[in-house]
Design a protein around this ligand. Structure first.
Ligand SMILES: [Zn+2]
Length: 404
């Protein structure tokens, strides 16, 4: 066995400390947008020498750009440093129920090219992996971006993922169990492929470039086809034991309630997600004018349909009760409510807020900020691309196996 000498140990720690400091500089610039070296030194609390050396390296490697001037400091203007969005590209894919959405983004998750492709009818993992890989190739070749600029591919899937192993542990829509999707795609694409629960990908993009950028701990709740949740604690995405965290839509609301997509009874989602609202209104109408989507239900409510209004209100109330449980358990400083179902607007959101206030533990809501963001397909694909981009900003302690 090879023995580690004292000098090897010290050397290893020096490399790790340097990697941590590089990571700190990159993340500080990402959070603040553009900073002078003086501001970077103040915020990062690194020495002037360390900031000077690391920024020089990062500029040479094209991760940072110099440009623009900040405020006068000590009689002269300081050049600002910012992330170089063109230092690389990422591809994000989201598996929808019947479609694949795919986006090529720069390093600030700005969409450079977007494609929306049909999902194969065949749910065989090899067929789906081939279709996803073809979607990546088609998007990259249409963009004209050089392949060597591609840092990797991120895939967002609804269900329980094992991200470390690249395995879809359980996907209710695809009816998959323990499918090694990342490996199936990696051998085709010869690129790093990362998979993650779809709501976690949205959470990551909020953390990197969205409302969660300056927040230490926050929650993302999505409402739409299902109800999902992502959680960041102390700047880290919380993934649970292996990856199965955030099945907020499947907490039991009423054990004697309707059957859920997961096969169990009475989940929050079976009462309050969009399909439950649509189904409730459909039953009361003839086949010709029955609503098919949540937008149809909203249009009926706009036209004065009291049943459509009541269905949306009930969905909001139940969602609000669910949110009160999140606040009672976690009391996050920020909750971001997003997903396609947000488009139901005040019909759902006003009763949701009323129910949240009514059911939360006294005083807890005072410290919680709740913001509502509409989510479209682009946002899901950007989220998946953020999986790749996030690797650039990930703490080296995680790679070293030291982080919790
Ligand atoms: Zn369920």
């Amino acid at each position: 066995m090879k023995k580690l000498s004292v000098s090897t140990f010290v050397r290893g720690n020096k490399d790790l400390i340097k990697a941590i400091n590089r990571n700190l500089i990159l993340n500080t610039v990402r959070r603040h947008g553009a900073l002078s070296r003086t501001q970077l030194t103040e915020i990062s609390r690194l020495s002037v020498g360390a900031v000077s050396q690391i920024t020089q390296e990062l500029i040479r490697e094209a991760w940072l750009l110099e440009g623009g001037e900040g405020d006068y400091t000590g009689g002269r203007r300081q050049t600002l440093l910012r992330l170089n969005p063109d230092a690389g590209c990422a591809v994000g894919l989201k598996l929808m129920e019947h479609r694949i959405v795919c986006a090529l983004t720069d390093l600030e998750a700005k969409v450079l090219l977007y494609k929306d492709l049909p999902m194969p009818m065949d749910r065989d993992p090899a067929v789906i992996a081939a279709a996803l890989s073809e979607a990546v190739e088609a998007t990259v070749s249409a963009s004209g971006v050089e392949r060597q600029k591609l840092l990797g591919v991120g895939v967002g899937v609804a269900g329980v993922m094992y991200p470390q192993q690249g395995i879809v542990h359980y996907s209710p829509y695809l009816d998959w169990r323990d499918v090694p999707l990342a490996e199936l795609m990696r051998v085709r694409l010869r690129l790093p492929v990362y998979i993650e629960n779809d709501v976690n990908t949205l959470t990551l993009s909020e953390q990197l470039f969205g409302a969660g950028r300056h927040v230490e701990s926050f929650v993302v709740v999505t409402i739409g086809r299902g109800i999902g949740m992502g959680l960041v604690i102390n700047h880290q995405l919380y993934q649970g034991a292996k990856g199965g965290m955030g099945e907020f839509g499947h907490i039991t609301f009423d054990a004697a309630g309707p059957v859920c997509t997961c096969g169990k009874r009475g989940c929050l989602e079976a009462f309050a997600a969009d399909p439950a609202v649509v189904a409730f209104v459909r039953h009361s109408r003839s086949a010709e004018d029955a609503p098919r989507t949540i937008d149809d239900v909203v249009a009926l409510a706009d036209a004065g349909d009291t049943l459509a209004n009541a269905a949306l209100r009930r969905s909001g109330e139940i969602l609000g009760i669910g949110l009160s449980t999140i606040v009672n358990l976690l009391c996050p400083s920020l909750i971001i409510l997003s997903g396609e179902g947000v488009s139901a607007g005040d019909y759902r959101l006003v009763p949701m807020m009323d129910a949240l206030r009514a059911h939360v533990f006294n005083g807890l809501l005072d410290d919680v900020r709740l913001i509502v963001e509409e989510t479209d397909d682009h946002a899901w694909a950007r989220g998946a691309a953020s999986l790749v981009i996030g690797k650039l900003f990930e703490s080296p302690l995680i790679e070293a196996g030291i982080a919790l």
